[in-house]
Design a protein around this ligand. Structure first.
Ligand code: COS
Length: 384
């Protein structure tokens, strides 16, 4: 459902104020403590941030893709840990149910996800299956009225807080590829499901990942998303198409912030008798960062518009993810350079952003996977 202009402006304004007045001042604390304060989580729940993309019928805001990217752009302005907290409920965690789930699955889980009461994680990646997602080895063996899951999932975002996991497992041992994969909804606390220790990451402190381990974990047969075997890989790919657009918007938001910080510093910092923003070599960095982030913003908004119009945007979503995540890497690098020595010192927060944004080029499909997708799709379309 598309919101009317006034409601949309109100929503974006509220999120913008929340980000700038509540979240930005906490960035340093979150990085130090590796935790988001509970009162912030409560405020995020009250604002409906856990249910942005969940249909209204199940308690969410049901934002269109265009509206969702506008919110993601605002959230991208601050430490990625805040966005990550609501990221799986809005994106990769919940979309499998929204797109392919049965009515019963939707009713059972979506309302609690929309309110933030239930955190959901997307468990696709494994120790031996990352970019080659279809080669996953986790198995789900049918046994009477249930399936028995065995395997390990790796780097699973929000797993330590999750009450539910969307788990991709092989139901057909005869098929080594995508066709033998099914998606399951597995509740935390199910016997046989356990978590590994929290991963120690380069950045994004406050956002948590860990292994999720299944040892003879028995789930009822109706835990399979959509009730049908063999659909799981396609579900994962559809979910990632949407997730990649959302992530691209987050990258644009982060670039906006880094550019603002760069302008602030360059206007205040004086060398050779004048603010460094007056030097052409600094201006070149600022201009490049603005032009590139603006290009990414236009790509994201246009692709979101086309997705809302019902068009297939797989190729363009990959273009957005590739360009926006690489762009924000360059913008962060220039921000460090503009800040000089201060850019390397933790107090200014620029080095923290530099480390935080590095992940955007890796998760939800690396840049190299996006390149393969783009070229493969173009070659396929050309041949037809
Ligand atoms: N929407 C719907 N269906 C899709 C799809 C999409 N976006 N992409 C692929 N499919 C379907 C295909 O049409 C194919 O179906 P058929 O067998 O009926 O034709 C099936 O899914 C298998 O697709 P494909 O042949 O492309 O599988 P591959 O193993 O070759 O996929 C890539 C390769 C690289 C595209 C895939 O493994 C991938 O995206 N990897 C990255 C995973 C990732 O992002 N991981 C990040 C961790 S999760 S945060």
């Amino acid at each position: 459902m598309a919101l009317d202009n006034e409601t949309l402006e109100q929503l974006i304004g509220t999120v913008r104020r929340f980000v700038r007045e509540r979240l930005v001042p906490l960035e340093h604390q979150i990085a130090e403590n590796d935790a988001i304060p509970p009162e912030i989580i409560t405020e995020m729940r009250q604002m409906g941030l856990f249910g942005l993309s969940i249909p209204e019928a199940y308690g969410g805001l049901e934002l269109s893709m265009q509206e969702e990217v506008l919110v993601a752009l605002e959230l991208g302005y601050t430490s990625p840990a805040f966005r990550s907290l609501i990221g799986t409920n809005n994106g990769i965690g919940s979309q499998g149910i929204i797109i392919d789930g049965t009515e019963e699955q939707k009713q059972k889980y979506l309302p609690r996800m929309a309110s933030g009461e239930l955190v959901v994680s997307f468990a696709l990646t494994e120790p031996e299956a990352g970019s080659d997602a279809a080669s996953l080895r986790t198995t789900a063996r049918r046994d009477g009225d249930s399936y028995v899951i065995n395997g390990t999932k790796r780097f699973i975002t929000n797993a330590p807080a999750a009450g539910l996991f969307t788990v991709f497992a092989r139901t057909d041992p005869e098929s080594a590829g995508a066709k033998g994969v099914s998606a399951f909804l597995v509740e935390a606390g199910t016997p046989g499901l356990s978590l590994g220790p929290m991963d120690r990451k380069m950045g994004q402190r406050g956002a948590h990942t860990c292994d999720v381990i299944f040892r003879d974990c028995r789930v009822p047969a109706d835990a399979i998303i959509g009730g049908k075997e063999g659909q799981g890989f396609k579900t994962a790919m559809k979910v990632l198409d949407r997730g990649r657009l959302h992530m691209s918007a987050v990258c644009v938001g982060a670039a906006r912030r880094l550019l603002e910080e760069s302008l602030r510093y360059a206007s205040e910092r004086r060398q050779f008798g004048k603010p460094i923003v007056e030097f052409q070599l600094v201006q070149a960095m600022i201009a490049d960062s603005r032009a590139e982030s603006y290009a990414a913003e236009c790509m994201v908004k246009e692709t979101a518009r086309r997705k809302d119009a019902g068009l297939d945007v797989s190729t363009d979503a990959a273009c957005c993810k590739m360009y926006a995540s690489e762009m924000v890497g360059r913008v962060a690098d220039r921000a460090v350079q503009i800040h000089g020595g201060a850019g390397y010192i933790a107090d200014y927060g620029i080095e923290r952003f530099y480390r935080d944004v590095r992940l955007f080029r890796i998760y939800e499909g690396t840049t190299q996977i996006q390149q393969i997708l783009i070229a493969r799709n173009l070659a396929r379309d050309f041949a037809h």
